[in-house]
Design a protein around this ligand. Sequence first.
Ligand code: GLY
Length: 361
Amino acid sequence: MPLTRRDFIARTAAAAATLSLTERLHAMRLATTVLPVGTAGAARIVSSTNGLRGVARAWEMLQRGDDTLDAIIAGVNIQELDPDDDSVGLGGLPNADGIVQLDASCMHGPTRRAGAVGCIEDIATPSLVAKAIMDYTDHIMLAGHDAKTFALEMGFTAQNLLTDRSRQNWLRWRARLNPGDFRLDYDDDVAIRFTHGTINMNAVNTAGDMSSVTTTSGMAYKVPGRVGDSPIIGAGQYCDQTVGAAGSTGRGEANIKACGGFLTVEFMRQGMAPEQAALKTLERVVAMTEARQMNDKGRPRFDLNIYTLAKDGRYGSASLYEGGTFAVADDKGARVETAAFLFKRAEFPTGPVPVQRARAR
Ligand code: GLY
């Protein structure tokens, strides 16, 4: 018979009576952090806002009994294959050399498996490559040129992911990069778009089966070879279906140091509600942020968003700054909801983010 939480605490306390003070303190800490597993509840899909069409598709698939991971990967495929979405897949903004390099990862709760791909080129659906690595190899992550070779062997089709719009954006970025070089600036005022665009999606069905996936083209104009948080299991997404799933969008460098996906699930394991867990993770992100990325009021110069889903169907999202939203689909339909936040939007530092010329501190 499984041990209930009450039994566990009673047994721990009884055993503790024979222990030294240090051992007793350790046992008490264990007793307060080990929680019973969650129980299944409402089915639900939670995603970053750009997944609104995706959560609707994933929800339809859950309704006809499809696997949670198949459903959310079909959901994120919509954005990956959309040339007008410049944050993921086809049309994603390229690296500093004008080459689109993509990251993705996924976790399948029922079988406790994971797959990830970093820095892959020419394949529009890295979420499916991550799943293929999970399904057909004994590894969890492949990266770079060899990840593409693997994908081609698995039957994926190579294509140029740089759309004309993304190329024009990149050319403008490059032309304005250095006033002292020999490239003439474009005679226009088209804003150069920088993104940390990404899509994270998490699902639970009525049986309590859960999965998570995150896919991205990463930071626009990044140093070639840069890998963000999205393919890092435990950072860009994490799923332990005894508890829940969580993932992120926003500045990956900040999230990696806090292991945001894992930490959020662990906070839920300790008993926090999904939204509270996401806020607590963002507090850790702020605490782990280096000085050059903070303004003089101690506010981060970037945004980060966490999306969470508990096994019982409770859900939430939090952003560093006010104004964040997220997408949800359940028996009330697909919709956008408002995220919790740590800081008022008015506190967001204005002016250039000192990424390119900052001295390391
Ligand atoms: N969160 C996506 C990235 O930073 O690559």
